[in-house]
Design a protein around this ligand. Structure first.
Ligand code: SF4
Length: 200
C-alpha cells in the first residue's frame, strides 16, 4: 500500500453518480425498478423466418454485440426470458405456439415485432399467415423493414429500454397490458380492411 490519496475526480463520469446531486439519490421506486429492468433483459431463443438471421447478427461480437447491454444470453427456456423478438412471419399453425411461449415467459415481459411480416403479414396477404402478431400477443415495439438491418434492431432495443425505464409498476402496468391486449385482439385484421384486402 502506497498510502497515496485516492483520486475521486473522475467519479462523476460514471453515469449513475451524475444523478446524485450532493450525494443524494433523488428518484422514485418506479424509476429505480425501470432502471434495473431495462438493464437486465434476456431475449428468448426464438426465430421464425429470414428476419431471424438479422436478429442473430446482433449477437456477433465486434460489429453489433448486444452483450454491451448484457443481453447476449438468448435463453433456451422461455421461463428464463423476458423479451420476445418476433423475427419473421407467423403462420396460423405457429400462432398457438407463439402464444404459449409468450405465456411461459417471466413477467414483466416485452415484445418486439421485427420486420414487415411479423407486424402486418408483410407481402404474405393470404390465409396461411397471421396479419400482424399483435392479434396474438401484445407488442411493445414495431420495427419496420424487410428485413430490418441489425442496426435497426439495436435501435429498437434502445427505444424499448427507454420505454421500460418509464414504465408504471404493479397494478398500473397490469391494467395497461390488459387494455392493449384487448384492443389488439379486437382490431380488424388487415386483410379485412378494404384498402388492404382484395377488392370485389
Ligand atoms: S420481413 Fe422480409 S426478411 Fe423478414 S420475415 Fe418477412 S420476408 Fe423475411
Amino acid at each position: 500500500m502506497s498510502g497515496a490519496a485516492v483520486d475521486w475526480s473522475g467519479i462523476n463520469q460514471m453515469g449513475l453518480e451524475e444523478k446524485l446531486p450532493s450525494g443524494f439519490l433523488l428518484t422514485t421506486v418506479e424509476k429505480l425498478a425501470g432502471y434495473m429492468r431495462k438493464n437486465s433483459l434476456w431475449p428468448a431463443t426464438f426465430g421464425l423466418a429470414c428476419c431471424a438471421i438479422e436478429m442473430m447478427a446482433i449477437g456477433s461480437a465486434g460489429k453489433y454485440d448486444i452483450s454491451r447491454f448484457g443481453m447476449e444470453v438468448f435463453r433456451a427456456s422461455p421461463r428464463q426470458a423476458d423479451l420476445m423478438i418476433v423475427a419473421g412471419r407467423v403462420s396460423n399453425k405457429m400462432a398457438p405456439v407463439v402464444r404459449q411461449i409468450y405465456d411461459q415467459m417471466a413477467a414483466p415481459k416485452w415484445v418486439i415485432s421485427m420486420g414487415a411480416c411479423a407486424s402486418s403479414g408483410g407481402m404474405f396477404n393470404n390465409y396461411a399467415i397471421v396479419q400482424g402478431v399483435d392479434h396474438i400477443i401484445p407488442v411493445d415495439i414495431y420495427l419496420p423493414g424487410c428485413p430490418p438491418r441489425p442496426e435497426m434492431l439495436m435501435d429498437a432495443i434502445l427505444k424499448l429500454h427507454e420505454q421500460i425505464g418509464n414504465e408504471k409498476l404493479g397494478v398500473n402496468r397490469a391494467k395497461i397490458v390488459k387494455e392493449v391486449e384487448a384492443s389488439a385482439i379486437a382490431a380488424t385484421p388487415i386483410h379485412q380492411i378494404p384498402v388492404f384486402g382484395k377488392q370485389g
